[in-house]
Design a protein around this ligand. Structure first.
Ligand code: LLP
Length: 418
């Protein structure tokens, strides 16, 4: 059993968790540039097909420095809000490299994108009508719900009957009618059926359905198949990564066949978020207390759910590494512990009943695979400061890429605040 992903990958470069915490404070998000670049390349090359681009899904992690690297690696991007568009532009993405996938958005938000030259995808007939009324003759894309979805938790399934997303695939005639009524130019169709699959089959099935639908529309510039590519969160238990090679070839075959039959110039796109950034990020935190209650051994840390919400929101698993100062943690005599944070709620649990080496006060814990939906879902709940973010660069040196919140930040948005 391999307990130290960070050792295998030389994750911390020239430094180590204790030094990092000393310099930047705890908790702390740490990213590894080599891993990030590799994951970008995996996705950019995923489908061996000439007209294919990977659009990074910004919501997974919107740190400016990560976005710059992702752009450098040749990915384009999807945005879900004006805030994401704003940082993407700041990171150097061009308007034509961004797709704004709105969900229940105001006309002002649509126009924010339109006026910047960014294509908007609408995900209901009512939003298509709103768009058409304000942009007669304009370019638009529509998000299709292919009729089924997948995901690691019901809250992240975004296709099928139990979801607010997309236009039902049997409403093609209604889409066509609105396009005609407002003289719109349908430039693309997109879908996203959910987040985290470890086998390609459902994704491939959803592509088949999307391509069938795409055949009903002439002159599309792009077909966007969505994201959802999983990563192995249980590496310490031997979980294997998604097998991309065969999967990519199978998708390429479908796409090439469709393009040659219907539209050779069409651009195919995917929208990976988690796959690109999850594994390049580790969340470090410090152990401040130990307690036994009702037979449970609690390890008390500064890793509250304001810092990483996934375990509380989805019962998500993240592997934990233990870093003792100046010595290697001993895995030969593990104990069962429950790791909790410092937030005023009993549900503030980051890891339930884990078998880990003895953890003492002052030890540092590393929460693995925290680069996706980590910082981007963090909050100031309990007026806790959001952590700093640090990059371990290619040469092994580290640099600050987002400062920690300060106490002054807690007053910044009040009219009387400074
Ligand atoms: N495209 C659209 C339209 C999306 O809504 C999403 C994710 C993606 C692409 C990227 O999906 P990915 O490749 O990352 O699976 N907070 C949850 C995940 C929510 C995903 C929301 N949409 C989590 O921490 O697991």
């Amino acid at each position: 059993m391999d307990h130290y992903y960070t050792k295998k990958t030389n994750f911390y470069g020239n430094t180590d968790p204790h030094e990092l915490i000393e310099q930047y404070g705890s908790p702390l998000y740490v990213y590894n540039e080599n891993i990030l670049r590799q994951r970008c390349r995996d996705m950019a090359d995923f489908i061996p097909c000439a007209n294919y681009t990977a659009n990074y899904s910004t919501k997974a992690n919107a740190n400016l420095e990560l976005l710059r690297i992702i752009r450098e690696e040749g990915l384009h991007a999807d945005a879900m809000s004006p805030g994401e568009i704003y940082v993407l532009l700041a990171a150097g993405f061009l308007p034509e490299q961004i797709l704004y996938i709105g969900n229940n958005v105001s006309i002002e938000e649509m126009m924010y994108a339109v006026n910047l030259g960014i294509t908007v995808s609408v995900d209901s007939l009512s939003q298509l009508e709103t768009f058409g009324r304000h942009n007669p003759g304009g370019n638009v894309a529509v998000r299709i719900n292919p009729g089924f979805g997948i995901g690691h938790h019901e809250n992240v399934v975004t296709g099928g009957k139990k979801t607010k997303f997309g236009i039902n695939c049997n409403r093609i005639n209604d889409i066509k009618a609105l396009i005609k009524e407002y003289d719109l130019n349908l430039v693309g169709i997109n879908q996203h059926i959910g987040s985290l699959f470890m086998e390609g089959e459902p994704y491939i099935q959803s592509i088949r359905m999307l391509l069938d639908i795409a055949a009903h529309f002439e002159g599309l510039r792009f077909i966007d198949m969505g994201g959802g590519f999983g990563i192995p969160y249980q590496k310490q238990l031997g979980e294997k990564p998604l097998e991309l090679e065969l999967f990519g070839r199978q998708v390429a075959e479908l796409l090439n066949d469709w393009a040659s039959r219907y539209n050779p110039g069409v651009q195919f796109m995917s929208e990976p978020g988690r796959y690109v950034v999850a594994e390049c990020g580790v969340l470090l935190g410090t152990v401040h207390a130990r307690k036994e209650n009702g037979g449970i051994n609690y390890v008390g840390t500064d890793l509250g759910f304001n810092v990483l919400a996934r375990p509380v929101m989805y019962d998500a698993w993240h592997d934990i590494e233990v870093y003792q100062k100046n010595k290697q943690a001993d895995y030969s005599k593990p104990e069962t512990v429950t790791i909790v944070g410092n937030i005023c709620e009993s549900g503030d649990i980051i890891a339930h009943s884990r078998q880990l080496p003895h953890i003492g006060i002052g030890d540092i814990l590393g929460v693995m695979d925290a680069g996706a939906y980590g910082y981007s879902m963090s909050s100031n709940y309990n007026n806790r400061l959001r952590p700093a973010e640090v990059m371990i660069q290619r040469d092994g040196t580290h640099k600050l890429i987002r400062r920690r919140d300060t106490l002054e930040d807690m007053l910044r948005t009040f009219p009387s605040g400074e």
